[in-house]
Design a protein around this ligand. Structure first.
Ligand code: FAD
Ligand code: N01
Length: 541
């Protein structure tokens, strides 16, 4: 990279910058802040009209984080960490969006972000070692480097159900919720899906709607959130110990304190086990999966936790047939464990009907509702809580072409291949924040994002210091990493079910466990070793 690159210049219709960043969620925002602080010129493109990514798009009723707010936040700025006041154990979407805007304003980020602009293509020119990035607004930018901060859960999935466009009422996707909100009062509403988004929104929609039909293909395990206002004393204690708490979390597999009990579920008495599960159920949240160390390693241990939750469902849901339908049969924690407020109890309401579509899929969407097994359900509104084309979707919706004009779509036809989930052989100078092959969605995403941003920033600083212009993962290093990612995936029970982690929710998507499950500390160590060994596994030109 040369000094002249450090100025944003307009050459005819083509702008020239050091780095293009795609996406202005937490990843894109921090990447911009970091690079700008190092003197690089940066242009960020964002499809939405504001910052926040996930929290800009997912405005459905009940949306909130399931990693505790005091941990689901940036730590790169001690002042920011001390100044911001979270109000609830699990912050609601409006508060997280307000936080994202606070960060953007505090670090004056918005002036370098072009909103309402979708990147449509990024092509690499081997002659100049630069990317040409184009957008749906006619931008054409030449960049030395491109950072894809496009999100793991940002490409929404609307299923290809027959007649989907014929419906005359209102339709919504949880991942594209209207900014002005939706009032379902006096309406008959259908919710399709029973994943995390559905489980958060259903209890609230049920309170408003005249009647709610929930179309369930696969039941999901969910545990109570026990959300509550944050005690000022607790906040003070966390803030007094923030750096140490953050450092401790980084030594744990998910980069978050799940208070994992190191004992085996199989090595304790029935009575003790029941007490531990009860304690975790009462405490609420995803630390339930930390009840015992082997819940995701041994099927027998897992079944004990699964049975506990099934018993809870039977105890809460009054109609035994409905309780049975709501009871998952698969491994608990294989799909992401959901966290709820009054989800199971909602099915005791007289205005809520559970429609099982596991054996007989939704046949058709008609102008007035949904048809299942020959029966018509007439509704005024349909909510698609049908999730995302996760991890690869947002990247593959961009026409990305690397060396020799090779499309990323071709390279990933059999599933994603990357080195460290950060870089891709054949696509020099392109980085993916929390890309497939990194711990990403199996961790508290904020520390994972920060770790990737800082690694990329250090890498660009290194190239600049060395007077180098091009960095590319070698095929050998990529092969070895992909092999390692697959090997460790096989050790746990998490790759055994039809989840979005393996791409099973998207018809035709290759079935591969996409995130790296070897744990945050091992992954960070690997990234550090790569650097310490002179960017091992990379060709630098
Ligand atoms: P995103 O926030 O997804 O941002 C990506 C941005 O890129 C989007 O704004 C998108 O519009 C933009 N973009 C994509 N493609 C293009 C393009 N071609 N051109 C221009 N812009 C583009 N994680 C946790 O750790 N804890 C939680 O509690 C948690 N809760 C979640 C709740 C919900 C409802 C969802 C959907 C996810 C949740 N996650 C959670 C995961 C969450 O996605 C991450 O925590 C984090 O917000 C991701 O930030 P990001 O910047 O990487 O991606
Ligand atoms: O999406 P999902 P999501 N007919 O893919 C069903 C994060 N998140 O948006 O399981 C009928 O989990 C599908 O059924 P099946 C979190 O990481 C976090 O809810 O494929 N049903 C499933 O029930 C989460 O994991 C929070 O059989 C159809 C549902 O739609 C991720 O985002 C909150 C169907 C999709 O569930 C995604 O969650 C929200 C069809 N044709 C999201 N097609 C927190 O709590 C799909 N389905 C922090």
């Amino acid at each position: 990279m040369q000094a002249s690159d450090n100025k944003e210049a307009v050459n005819g219709a083509t702008q020239t910058v050091d780095v293009v960043v795609v996406g202005a969620g937490f990843a894109g925002m921090y990447m911009l802040h970091r690079l700008r602080g190092m003197g690089f010129t940066v242009r960020v493109f964002e499809t939405g009209s504001g910052v926040g990514g996930t929290w800009y798009w997912n405005r459905y009723p009940g949306a909130r984080c399931d990693v505790e707010s005091m941990q689901y936040s940036f730590q790169f700025s001690p002042e920011l960490q001390q100044d911001w006041e979270w109000t609830e154990r699990y912050a609601p979407q409006p508060e997280i969006l307000a936080y994202a805007n606070h960060v953007a304003d505090r670090f004056d980020l918005k002036r370098d972000i072009r909103f309402n602009t979708r990147v449509t293509a990024a092509h690499y020119d081997e002659g100049t070692a630069r990317w040409t990035v184009t957008t749906d607004q006619g931008d054409r930018v030449s960049a030395g480097f491109v950072v894809m901060a496009t999100g793991c859960l940002s490409a929404s999935n609307k299923p290809g159900i027959k007649g989907i466009d014929s419906f005359k009422g209102a339709t919504y996707h949880t991942g594209h919720w209207p900014h002005e909100g939706v009032d379902f009062s006096d309406q008959r509403v259908a919710v399709i899906g029973t994943g995390s988004s559905a489980i958060q929104s259903i209890p609230i929609v049920a309170e408003q709607a005249k009647h709610l039909y929930v179309f369930q293909r696969t039941p999901n395990y969910t545990v109570p959130a026990r959300n509550r206002p944050l005690d000022p004393e607790y906040k003070r204690a966390v803030k007094a110990d923030y750096p140490a708490m953050r450092a401790r979390a980084k030594t744990l597999p998910a980069g978050i304190d799940l208070r994992i009990n190191m004992r085996s579920a199989l090595g304790v008495s029935e009575e003790e086990r029941q007490q531990e599960f009860e304690r975790r159920w009462a405490e609420g949240g995803i630390p339930f999966m930390g009840s015992y160390i082997d819940l995701l390693l041994k099927a027998e241990a897992n079944e004990l936790a699964a049975n506990f939750v099934r018993d809870k469902i039977r105890a809460i849901v009054k109609d035994p047939k409905v309780a049975e339908l709501l009871s998952p049969k698969n491994v608990i924690g294989c799909k992401r464990l959901c966290v709820d407020t009054d989800y199971y109890a909602t099915f005791n309401r007289p205005n809520v009907t559970l429609v099982d579509v596991s054996e007989t899929p939704i046949e058709e969407i008609t102008p007035t509702g949904l048809r299942v097994a020959g029966r018509d359900y007439e509704v005024d509104a349909i909510v698609f809580a049908t999730g995302f084309d996760a991890m690869t979707g947002a990247l593959l919706r961009i026409d990305i072409r690397g060396r020799g004009g090779r499309p990323l779509k071709d390279k990933w036809a059999e599933g994603p291949r990357s080195y460290l989930g950060l870089t891709i052989a054949g696509f020099p100078n392109l980085f993916t924040i929390t890309g497939p092959g990194s711990p990403s969605v199996l961790t508290n995403m904020l520390p994972s994002i920060e770790q990737h941003v800082e690694w990329i920033a250090d890498c660009l600083a290194h190239l600049r210091a060395q007077g180098r212009r091009e960095l590319e993962a070698t095929v050998d290093a990529e092969e070895a990493w992909v092999g390692h990612v697959r090997e460790v995936a096989g050790v746990t029970l998490r790759s055994t079910c039809s989840s979005w982690y393996v791409g099973a929710n998207i018809p035709g998507k290759p079935r591969i466990f996409m995130p790296y499950i070897g744990g945050f500390p091992a992954y960070v160590q690997k990234c550090q070793d790569v650097v310490a060994n002179g960017y091992e596994g990379f060709a630098v030109a």
